[in-house]
Design a protein around this ligand. Sequence first.
Ligand SMILES: *Cc1c(COP(=O)(O)O)cnc(C)c1O
Length: 399
Amino acid sequence: MAIGIAKRAKAIKPSPTLAMAAKAKAMKAQGIDVVDFGVGEPDFDTPENVKQAGIKAIQTGFTKYTPAGGTDELKDAVIEKFKRDNGLAYEKSQVLISCGAKHSLYNIAEAIFDAGDEVIIPSPYWVSYPDQVLLNDATPVIVETTEQEGFRISAAKLEKAVTAKTKAIVLNSPSNPTGLAYDRKTLEEIAAVAVKHKIYVISDEIYEKLVYDGFKHYSIASLGPEIKDLTIVVNGVSKSHAMTGWRIGYAAGPKDVITAMANIQSQSTSNPTSISQKASVEALRGPQDFLAGMNAEFDKRRTYMVERLNRMPGVSCIKPVGAFYAFPNVSKLYGKTAAGRTIRNSSDMAAYLLEEAKVALVSGDSFGADAYIRLSYATSLENITKGLDRIEAAVKNLK
Ligand SMILES: *Cc1c(COP(=O)(O)O)cnc(C)c1O
């Protein structure tokens, strides 16, 4: 046999959001003043008490291997969090600590997908879901949801997409990229379909804590014992505690799935960083007042950004209730021309805005929704004002 790259590795592409970040960074390094709306992480610093817990871990020599699936101390803190925030009871054997929520999601994919399995992914979706399915030889089944539906898959649409091969559905609420979220009633209806057909629900709740306008987040796993037995909940400290670089996420679910994930992790990465685990215990158990301050700031930026986007000709944007992204529809501008180029789709739009307006953002096609672009408001109000001024001018130039 010839040498070469495996089929599954050839089937995937690098994360487009990380690629966009790299391009904007390269332009900045050349001295170009780029306003960056591409970022997928809070612009706030990790809270001081959490940093101190990490420093203390180093100073007291907590710098060796821990159990591969995470320390008992952090698992206990995660169990307390699920009880307190979601009314969910788990045992330690049902919890796994990983190197970020993305790693938790990947472990799930490896643990439950076989070749031939179908995995339902509502679009717009977070960029990594389809590729993680492909990396495990299964088939992503993309089900489009619309703005009019609040970007929520209905039970009826889900029911239609289910086949004998369906293994799981991936839910993400609040959502990256749309910023919208599932209400309790829709979750109950989806749960009924999942229970009826016995399909797993992979519930990515990483933005649980970043909600506005009094929105109440429910974990689908909390809606009854039957759906709990089918759901793997994924969460982490990256977004809630501005800890993206620390790389700690976690999953909770049926014991057999968690055991398989733990075995995979023990043969691949081993434990998440010991120091980060100590810091995450403090993040989950320590004072939570950091969050109110961060959310109040995000809320201000959200309102400002969405109002301004809606005032631009050809642009419309629903107001998000969670996360830190605006996801405006810009398809009315497709077919228009400026600076000698015609904007045909979301990637043309992203390229136009980067090169002509010096604003970095992510095209909707990366999320399976070509009518849209994604702007992160995890940057200062000053930057947001400057970036939106530039976008407005660029949009008005389109004829
Ligand atoms: C940021 C993000 C993650 C990954 O978070 P990490 O814990 O840093 O790996 C997972 N899902 C969604 C939807 C995200 O936006």
